[in-house]
Design a binder for this molecule. Structure first.
Ligand SMILES: NC(=O)c1ccc[n+]([C@@H]2O[C@H](COP(=O)([O-])OP(=O)(O)OC[C@H]3O[C@@H](n4cnc5c(N)ncnc54)[C@H](O)[C@@H]3O)[C@@H](O)[C@H]2O)c1
Length: 336
């Protein structure tokens, strides 16, 4: 079944409001989920709707959070998100980081007591559209074993960097530190599909392409100990520094209902022309030089990070949105 964006939006807002979110918060959540569908990040879109609603029902996500903005300086804030749904916490925080950077040149915002917020790049883009450079970090539930360990502890802890590109397509590098993100494995498990080779081990430490076995086992980090080091860095920045959970204590949103997630995020924003007034000219030149490099066989074009997602968004934004059977059933049950 295919559905118009406007109709899906109405449904999602209704569902979130039924789960006691205010209308503006319900709209924020709906926008983030629909954006994930448009950029084809299906593992972070409608496939997570039921999980968010389940956690609200179990009182693990607070639908009416009293978000505290603890001002440290004109540039620096700590946000206590009061166990809000991650979308609302992250939206509040990026707006604060943008405000601080516009005022002082740089914004540094830590967030604690938050939840899963979807795609980091979605928030970085907001800052980039205001001519800022953005770096965004979040930790996530255990999925990846620290180098040398037999147990998953780090999340897929995405690292996100965004900057203006001198064109209307922002430069957004936004990547998990695992070979693939956990949402893709969950999505494959849900749809009974295989996962690629060399991305996960089962619980006995054997390589597997079975998504369900991979979820019980361990995901592999990118580039061995280097990826493990990056995951650790993200855990420190988003968890240890902010007051959020860390060291494997972020709860899995799908199957750990023993308490709120208390995820931490860190957002850093600064004016792109802070050191060089001609940043726009310099970034255009930088991208032009790289794009003109000789290409390997079968590669027609060198893309910069973010281009692929932007092109997907542009292709899909005016099309009907596809709802698979499972999503249709979940939407119906949540609306009833
Ligand atoms: N909230 C969470 O807990 C959480 C956890 C993990 C991942 N995520 C999100 O999941 C999303 C997907 O993560 P991912 O690791 O699967 O990303 P990915 O592997 O699809 O892409 C990683 C980066 O590489 C770039 N890229 C892809 N193909 C390219 C090409 N041909 N040339 C140049 N650049 C290219 C993309 O634009 C992107 O910036 C991210 O938005 C991330 O924030 C969220």
């Amino acid at each position: 079944m295919k559905i118009k964006k406007q109709n899906l939006e109405k449904m999602l807002i209704k569902i979130f409001m039924k789960h006691k979110l205010d209308k503006d918060h319900a709209k924020l959540c709906s926008d983030a989920l629909i954006n994930a569908e448009f950029v084809e990040a299906y593992s972070h879109g409608l496939s997570r709707l039921k999980m968010y609603c389940d956690r609200i029902q179990k009182k693990l996500i607070n639908p009416k959070p009293k978000i505290k903005d603890i001002k440290i300086t004109n540039s620096i804030s700590l946000i206590d998100a009061d166990n809000s749904i991650g979308f609302v916490a992250a939206d509040f925080a990026i707006k604060k980081a943008i405000h601080n950077a516009k005022k002082t040149g740089i914004g540094l915002v830590g967030i604690k007591n938050s939840g899963h917020y979807g795609l980091s790049g979605y928030y970085a883009e907001q800052a980039v559209k205001k001519n800022l450079i953005a770096m965004i970090f979040t930790n996530a539930p255990p999925a990846v074993a620290p180098h040398g360990s037999l147990k998953s502890l780090f999340g897929t802890n995405p690292i996100c960097f965004g900057c203006p590109s001198g064109s209307k397509i922002p430069f957004i590098f936004d990547s998990s530190i695992s070979m693939i993100n956990r949402g893709k494995i969950r999505f494959a498990a849900r749809e009974n599909k295989k996962i690629p080779e060399n991305v996960a081990l089962d619980k006995f430490g054997k390589p597997t392409t079975n998504a369900k076995r991979a979820l019980q086992g361990v995901q592999l980090p990118i580039a061995g100990f280097r990826g493990s080091g990056l995951a650790w860095m993200v855990d420190i920045l988003s968890g240890v520094v902010t007051g959020g959970n860390h060291a494997g204590r972020v709860k899995d949103p799908f199957d750990d209902f023993s308490g709120p997630q208390n995820i931490g995020h860190l957002m850093i924003t600064f004016k792109s022309n802070i050191f060089n007034i001609d940043f726009n000219k310099r970034i255009k030149e930088n991208i032009k030089i790289i794009k003109k490099l000789p290409k390997i066989k079968k590669v027609k074009k060198i893309f910069y990070p973010g281009e692929n997602k932007f092109l997907k968004f542009r292709k899909n934004k005016d099309r009907l949105i596809n709802l698979n059977k499972k999503t249709q059933q979940e939407l119906k049950a949540l609306l009833d």
